[in-house]
Design a protein around this ligand. Structure first.
Ligand code: NI
Length: 189
């Protein structure tokens, strides 16, 4: 049963490894990730947000499970072109309730593989471009809070400390393994 992990779970700072096989197990995982994303009303979810340390993510800008035609899957994605920049508000399912302005490339070209293992190339702009860059960052262990201006980051501090307290409390109660154990699980996954 997959679960969205929250800050400061070590999976969020983990550098994901490339996917080597696109098979039914991966397709099942991805279907579960879409369900979880819709449950949380998100538009994107990266594998390491469910503690899977591999390079793939799912997106549906509509956040609506009735609109499956809008679902996008990126496996082993790479940005091959970026053009101009723009600012916009971002949030993240691993930081519920927090939103801040982030500067991103406005237009990008991305190469990846789809669920059938075929190479795809996607040209994206505006919200799609932003969402892809946000999810791609996750795969490298980078988070939207890394881009915030100091005033916004300061306004996040109380909430971030709450998340940290929840994480430690779950570990103390035995509901979550220690950070060292979580890292070992990621290394061995
Ligand atoms: Ni996110």
């Amino acid at each position: 049963m997959l679960k969205v992990v929250k800050h400061p779970h070590p999976a969020l700072r983990y550098e994901s490894r490339p996917v080597s096989r696109i098979d039914d197990a991966l397709r099942t995982t991805i279907a579960e990730m879409f369900e979880l994303m819709y449950e949380h009303r998100g538009i994107g979810l990266a594998a390491n947000q469910v503690a899977i340390p591999y390079r793939f993510f799912v997106l549906n800008l509509t956040a609506d499970r009735e609109r499956r035609g809008e679902e996008l899957v990126f496996i082993n994605p790479e940005i091959v072109k970026r053009h101009s920049t723009f600012e916009g508000e971002e949030g993240c399912l691993s930081f519920p309730g927090l939103y801040g302005e982030v500067r991103r490339a406005r237009k990008i070209k991305v190469q990846a593989y789809n669920l059938r293992g075929e190479p795809i190339e996607v040209e994206a702009e505006d919200l799609l471009s932003r969402a892809i860059q946000h999810e791609l960052d996750h795969l490298a262990g980078k988070l939207f809070i890394d881009y915030l201006d100091p005033a916004t980051l300061k306004s996040f501090q109380e909430k971030l400390r709450d998340f940290e307290r929840e994480h430690r409390a779950a570990q103390t109660e035995g509901a979550l393994p220690s950070d060292a154990e979580l890292k070992r699980l990621l290394d061995e996954a």
